[in-house]
Design a protein around this ligand. Structure first.
Ligand SMILES: [Zn+2]
Ligand SMILES: [Zn+2]
Length: 244
């Protein structure tokens, strides 16, 4: 397989023994994104980037990862200016008129207001998610690029352990955008097959894990049941629990 710089992360992920190579790519990107945000020589010291992270803030998951990273002062500085900005915006909106009681016929309706609109919008934004997504999209494109061009990659894809349910959806819905007539049908059939086969495999491992917790099965071998639960978390929730 010819290796080009931008295909390496995809080929690396597909050659790993894991329950979803796309989760694997995402996790690597996430590590880089956290490092870029708060690691040595981090971006939060640069004014234009800071402007953007102040505006967008961070989602729950990434706040937690940023907090776990060993740079409490950096995170404190980012959150302080993000809060400054939030205060400024919300104080501006608090000067607009307050909502009135719902009318008889619109009892169920939730009224919009600049305050709640602002909060709802900022709940959707995350500077780290945004940073990851820029590259993630090109990674998904590269999967299709390799699929059309490399026989070896098609074999690797077909013999993978499938995907988590969310990345199954993404690959399924994006395939018609990127694959030509020659490969689309094969890709989708293979995708459906490897997803379902492997989703069932993990479901069966989980079943065995449950049995093994029953005293009547105490003497039976563990088979693949021992780590069934963390692998099921990957399949169902794109949660990574493995070792490096
Ligand atoms: Zn996944
Ligand atoms: Zn995020």
């Amino acid at each position: 397989m010819k290796e080009k710089l931008y295909t390496i992360p995809i080929q690396d992920a597909f050659s790993k023994d894991c329950e979803c190579p796309v989760c694997e790519m995402y996790r690597k990107l996430e590590e880089n994104a956290i490092n870029y945000n708060i690691g040595p020589g981090a971006s939060y010291m640069e004014e234009d980037i800071r402007e953007q992270s102040d505006k967008e803030g961070f989602c729950q998951k990434h706040l937690k990862l940023l907090y776990e990273y060993n740079n409490k002062l950096g995170l404190a500085m980012m959150l302080k200016t993000h809060m400054d900005r939030t205060i400024k915006e919300l104080e501006k909106f608090s000067k607009t008129s307050l909502p009135q009681p719902n009318s008889m016929f619109k009892k169920k309706e939730v009224q919009s207001h600049p305050i709640t609109d602002y909060i709802a919008k900022s709940e959707e934004e995350c500077f780290v998610c945004g940073y990851i997504n820029q590259t993630f999209e090109s990674y998904i494109m590269t999967i299709f690029y390799l699929y059309e061009r490399e026989e070896e990659f098609r074999e690797q894809f077909a013999s993978s352990k499938g995907f988590c349910i969310n990345h199954y959806k993404i690959l399924f819905e994006q395939a018609p955008r990127y694959l030509n007539k020659k490969y689309l049908e094969t890709f989708l059939n293979t995708l459906n097959q490897i997803f379902m086969e492997n989703f069932k495999r993990v479901r069966d491992d989980l079943e065995w894990f449950i049995r093994k917790n029953d005293y009547r099965y105490k003497e039976e071998p563990w088979k693949n049941g021992r780590d069934a639960l963390p692998r099921a978390l990957t399949k169902v929730g794109s949660i990574w629990n493995g070792e490096e």
